[in-house]
Design a protein around this ligand. Structure first.
Ligand code: IPE
Ligand code: IPE
Ligand code: MG
Length: 235
């Protein structure tokens, strides 16, 4: 069995799910979020330590204002109650992404949940909003350079560990990366942390990616032969 510590999910296909049912894209996002609540509780109950989800990319700001506004409102409203549930479960909630230009209401909600749950130890839920993997690396480079300039860090002491520590959140590498809806690309998600992840691309749209679908992903993951560049006997 492969160790499974960090699962990352690109929550994709809300729009197509809604379209197939003759519903608006907003309804698709609503159902996607409802599914995320149930699924994330299930994932932490299974003992997985770190869950990262891609909820909104830096590029998603290119969408219609109406859709962006709907999503921002959804994050703000839904995360309030949901944060409380996660807190009771002992999960630490963290956010990854650039703050600007997120609306104040969303930032307040993010800050509130992060501070309420900061001492929890059962698991880490990393919610990526206004997140871009290239920007995350760029921002880490800037942080590290600043430390060097302020003579807090020697160039020769910069290691891969330093880079991890200067990401938006100091998390372990991703083990299993899932993207729903059949698309097979990263769309700028956790570029550094996905270096040796196993990829899994189920056809189902995110609102239908339920507990059973997740279990299938985990089963497939355990059947993969993770070699990390080494040579291993077939299992
Ligand atoms: C994912 O669903 C959610 C966000 C990007 C916020 P999409 O909105 O991308 O759904 P599709 O890909 O258009 O079906
Ligand atoms: C990636 O999905 C971002 C999120 C799921 C939040 P997109 O639907 O925005 O990605 P592309 O445009 O298909 O690459
Ligand atoms: Mg999409």
């Amino acid at each position: 069995m492969n160790d499974l510590k960090h699962v990352a999910i690109i929550l994709d296909g809300n729009g197509r799910w809604a379209k197939e049912k003759g519903l608006s894209r907003s309804k698709g996002h609503y159902h996607g979020f409802t599914n995320l609540k149930k699924l994330s509780e299930y994932i932490f109950d299974k003992g997985i330590k770190v869950l990262s989800v891609y909820a909104f990319s830096t590029e998603n700001f290119k969408r219609d204002k109406k859709e962006v506004d709907y999503l921002m409102n959804l994050f703000q409203k839904a995360f309030k109650g949901y944060g409380e549930v996660l807190n009771q479960k002992g999960v630490k909630v963290v956010f990854s992404g650039r703050r600007d230009p997120l609306p104040k209401g969303v930032l307040n909600t993010i800050d509130d949940i992060s501070s309420k749950t900061k001492n929890n130890t059962k698991g880490i839920f990393n919610i990526c909003i206004n997140y871009g993997g290239q920007y995350e690396i760029l921002d880490a480079v800037k942080n590290i350079s600043k430390k060097v300039k302020e003579e807090k860090l020697e160039i020769d002491d910069i290691t891969l560990e330093t880079v991890y520590q200067n990401m938006y959140q100091d998390l372990p590498p991703v083990d299993l990366m899932i993207r729903t809806s059949g698309e097979q690309r990263l769309s700028n998600f956790l570029l550094f942390q996905n270096a040796y992840a196993e990829f899994y691309f189920p056809k189902v749209y995110f609102p239908d990616f339920n507990e059973k679908e997740f279990d299938k992903a985990v089963e497939e993951y355990h059947n993969r032969d993770r070699r990390f560049g080494n040579v291993k006997e077939n299992k």
